[in-house]
Design a protein around this ligand. Structure first.
Ligand SMILES: C[C@H](O)[C@H](O)[C@H]1CNC2=NC(N)=NC(=O)C2=N1
Length: 108
């Protein structure tokens, strides 16, 4: 009897699911022909931006789902997509929600 996989299959969201996901998130833009979402965060200083990125990085490792991001001083630009399915998945939505909570905590 094969061991039950604890990893739920990652599936690509369809157009309706993408629309509903975007509506449930705040301030994220659908980009790359609907295959990614992106948002820019601005903080009071570099150290707040770095602290935010550290929290997100740890959660990304825990989820095994990683952002494409860049940081310039107090600004962090984040793009989320699921490379394994070539589009958006529930992992992107879950990570976006976590990111928004961290930004709120950090005053971003
Ligand atoms: C091998 C490793 O589990 C996979 O490459 C994971 C890592 N992190 C990931 N991050 C993102 N954004 N998309 C993925 O498909 C993905 N896959």
């Amino acid at each position: 009897m094969p061991a039950a996989s604890s990893e739920a299959a990652v599936v690509r969201l369809n157009a309706q699911e993408r629309h509903e996901a975007l509506a449930s998130l705040g301030g994220w833009d659908l980009v790359a022909n609907g295959q990614a979402i992106r948002k820019t965060f601005t903080f009071g200083c570099f150290s707040r931006a770095w602290g935010f990125m550290s929290r997100v990085a740890l959660e990304s490792e825990r989820m095994n789902h990683h952002p494409e991001w860049s940081n310039v001083w107090n600004r962090v630009d984040i793009l989320l997509t699921t490379h394994d399915v070539g589009g958006l998945s529930g992992n992107d939505v879950r990570l976006a929600r976590f990111i928004d909570r961290c930004a709120l905590d950090a005053g971003g």
